[in-house]
Design a protein around this ligand. Structure first.
Ligand code: NAD
Length: 477
């Protein structure tokens, strides 16, 4: 869908996120013909440089992170002509007048805050005081959105002094993934699933977001945060909302977000015994978590697993198991909806127990698989096996179709003025209100995370969390 001409200002336009995701993503949209004539991207950051020098760095970022499109699309120079740069000081006066001078009237104006959260308030204030933003302008805010409920509230209040909620786009790139949106299409576009989408037919739901990387260069930030704040409060909660929400009356931002908010509010307070925290240890020459963050006594978790319940009619009795961690066996993220056993097996015990599982893969290889039980082919009698009905997007869309990356899709939604896939302020606060007591509980008990081996599936206790209930995690592979 084409968009209006726009001026997109990227605060932090020289930073890591801009180089790895935002600029290469915009370039891919350009190659797909989605950036109309007159659309412009303006990098704004602390470094003093001119537009020519910035274009060189953007060209390098595209070469490094643009993927196949950077090779196929012979349009880097044409894209770079749309790129400008202005040095600004988020905390001072420098550069703001000049930046205003670059903006054109009659265009959609969007300001992407790809900077440390401590600068969000300063930038919002200056956008107003220097007259860069008007009532139609949009701001895009990166994670982390607050550190706890109090800080998220305060950030919401600061932004609200300068912008209406309809102008604020809180990004969670998980919501921009093709499969995540497809989850809504599958649930609400088919007759097949929704009648079964409840505690009567679903045994449990598992959400796994497994990473192979450690904390890398983000150790200092991560150690103050941990998996609960960095992954659960935002990404896993958002996935949980989409899988568990009631059908909204229409696919519009507030209808969808109202339903997601109800899910968060229906979450039971978590039982301490249903929570496992882990921290990866060293392996051979590879440093462990504590060495990575430079604190030999750190008690921050790099892994968390939990069993949660929703107190509502749809889900009473069906648990949701969530887990996420770093340095695990594979980079593997999926949501698995595990249906109940058939009420009676006409094939007898030797046929074994078989369950339908709808697995929604987020990475790698976005796609969905539905395990269906059939007869094992051959003369061996009525033996049952599970076979997957598989739909990977690469297959469905053809080998040449590159599904847009989450960031580029979400940026185009900002330009279109569509907030459906962005978090509303009250959602973020409700999520913190649920996670805060968990984190406070760990702190007040002096909880020490369980060590786990890099390359494993996390601490043994996480496996026990499921085994106790006669269930098992799906393999991380
Ligand atoms: P970064 O440190 O690489 O870049 C920071 C940018 O902010 C630079 O362009 C710098 O010039 C600019 N900046 C710093 N102080 C400034 C000032 N006073 N005035 C104007 N500009 C200033 O950071 P990053 O990794 O790109 O992250 C940016 C934001 O995105 C952060 O909020 C981060 O939490 C979030 N985020 C990053 C990633 C990632 O993969 N890097 C992922 C998710 C969220």
């Amino acid at each position: 869908i084409p968009v209006e001409p726009f001026d997109l200002v990227i605060f932090g336009g020289t930073g890591d996120l801009a180089r790895r995701k935002i600029l290469p993503g915009l370039f891919r949209r350009f190659c797909d013909g989605q950036m109309p004539d007159g659309a412009r991207v303006i990098g704004a950051a602390r470094s003093e440089m001119d537009t020519a020098a910035y274009r060189v760095t953007v060209g390098e970022a595209i070469g490094e992170f643009g993927g196949d499109s950077a090779v196929d699309c012979d349009a880097v120079d044409a894209f770079l002509e749309r790129v400008e740069y202005q040095a600004v000081d988020a905390k001072g006066e420098g550069g703001w007048e000049a930046l205003r001078g670059l903006l054109r009237d009659g265009m959609v104006r969007a300001f992407y805050f790809s900077v440390a959260p401590s600068l969000f308030g300063d930038i919002a204030e200056r956008l107003r005081s220097f007259g860069l933003a008007d009532a139609q302008s949009r701001i895009v805010v990166e994670k982390p959105f607050g550190h706890d409920l109090a800080s998220a509230r305060s950030l919401n209040a600061t932004l609200a002094q300068h912008f209406d909620e309809e102008q604020i786009y809180r990004i969670d790139h998980y919501l921009g993934k093709e499969t995540v949106q497809n989850l809504m299409a599958v649930r609400f576009g088919n007759m097949l699933f929704e009648p079964l989408w409840n505690a009567q037919f679903i045994d449990h739901i598992q959400i796994t977001v497994a990473e192979t990387v450690g904390v890398g260069g983000r150790g200092e930030y991560y150690d103050k945060s941990g998996a609960m704040r960095d992954m659960v409060q935002n990404h896993l909660m958002q996935l949980l909302c989409l899988i568990a929400m009631e059908p909204p009356s229409k696919f519009d931002p507030d209808a969808v977000r109202d339903e997601k908010l109800k899910v968060i509010r229906a979450l039971d307070p978590i039982d301490y015994h249903q929570l496992v925290r882990g921290q990866y240890g060293p392996a051979g020459d590879a440093p462990g978590y504590r060495e990575d963050v430079g604190d030999a006594r750190s008690r921050t978790e790099s892994f968390v697993a939990m069993k949660v319940h929703l107190s509502n009619w749809r889900w009473a009795g069906t648990p949701f198991y969530l887990r996420t961690g770093k340095k695990l066996r594979a980079r593997d993220s999926e949501i698995a909806v595990v249906f109940k056993d058939t009420p009676h097996s006409i094939f007898g015990p030797e046929a074994g127990q078989h369950r339908n599982v709808l697995a929604i893969r987020l990475q790698p290889n976005e796609g969905m698989t539905l395990d269906v039980t059939i007869k094992e082919p051959g003369p061996g009698g009525m033996r049952l096996i599970d076979v997957p009905l598989d739909m990977s997007f690469a297959d469905a869309l053809g080998p040449d179709a590159e599904a847009p990356d989450a960031y580029e899709r979400l940026i185009m939604d900002v330009i279109r003025g569509n907030q459906t896939l962005f978090m509303r302020g009250d959602e973020v606060e409700a999520a913190w209100a649920w996670t805060d007591p968990i984190i406070e509980g760990w702190q007040s008990r002096g909880d020490v995370p369980k060590p786990y081996d890099p390359g494993s599936s996390g601490p043994e206790d996480a496996l026990m969390l499921m085994h106790r209930d006669g269930r098992r995690w799906r393999e991380i592979k």
